[in-house]
Write a protein that binds this ligand. Structure first.
Ligand code: ZN
Length: 203
């Protein structure tokens, strides 16, 4: 199982971190050991002083595919979930300044929260397609997928030129604006179309 993530896929988020808006999808990966659920408290690693949440729609691959033609791409996924791409922003800034890879900042153990509940694409679209992150009762991120720079279909077509997509692979499709730091004691609730899909306490 592979986990792909898309960087800077919302214009307002690229801008809030002072990054250029990309002309092709920015791809990075996380290992399976990054996955974590909300069933246990979340512990902030002791080597970062600036851990950020990034709420993201997550697509699950249901069919093996390589070099997928755009006409058939919708055959390769049918469910959507919600996750957090946890990012050690302090480490990432050091990596970016040196031109180094991002893995230490993005791919560590427990860096990929995933909801237990998955929604069909039909249900998602019919419900309004809004996803949100609520931190300690305040909505800090709220968006819809039409604001993505690269659509889910475009992302899958692009990735499959380079990597074989396999059943169960996950694709984190990028975060909208509003990212920020989490601290011990925080509560993070994710919702899709006003249905709560995860509820995480941070220790
Ligand atoms: Zn992200």
């Amino acid at each position: 199982m592979k986990i792909f993530c898309i960087g800077r896929n919302y214009k307002a988020h690229a801008e809030e971190l002072g990054n250029a808006v990309p002309t092709r999808p920015i791809i990075f990966m996380k290992p399976g050991t990054a996955l974590v659920s909300d069933q246990r408290p979340y512990y902030i690693p002791d080597w970062t002083q600036d851990l950020h949440y990034e709420v993201e729609l997550v697509v699950k691959i249901k069919k093996k595919g390589k070099s997928i033609h755009p006409r058939f791409v919708k055959d390769y996924y049918d469910s959507i979930g919600l996750g957090i791409d946890f990012t050690a922003r302090d480490i990432q800034s050091q990596c970016k300044a040196k031109g180094h890879p991002w893995e230490l900042a993005k791919s560590f153990d427990n860096s990929a929260l995933i909801s237990d509940s998955w929604m069909s694409m039909e249900e998602f679209v019919e419900g309004g397609s809004r996803f949100q992150l609520i931190r300690n009762g305040d909505i800090v991120q709220s968006s819809t997928p039409d604001l993505m720079i690269f659509s889910i279909d475009e992302i899958l077509v692009y990735i499959s030129q380079y990597f074989t997509l396999q059943i169960g692979d996950l694709i984190y499709t990028g975060t909208p604006q509003g990212v920020g730091q989490i601290v011990s004691g925080d509560n993070l609730i994710g919702s899709i179309n006003d249905n709560e899909v995860f509820n995480l306490s941070v220790k």
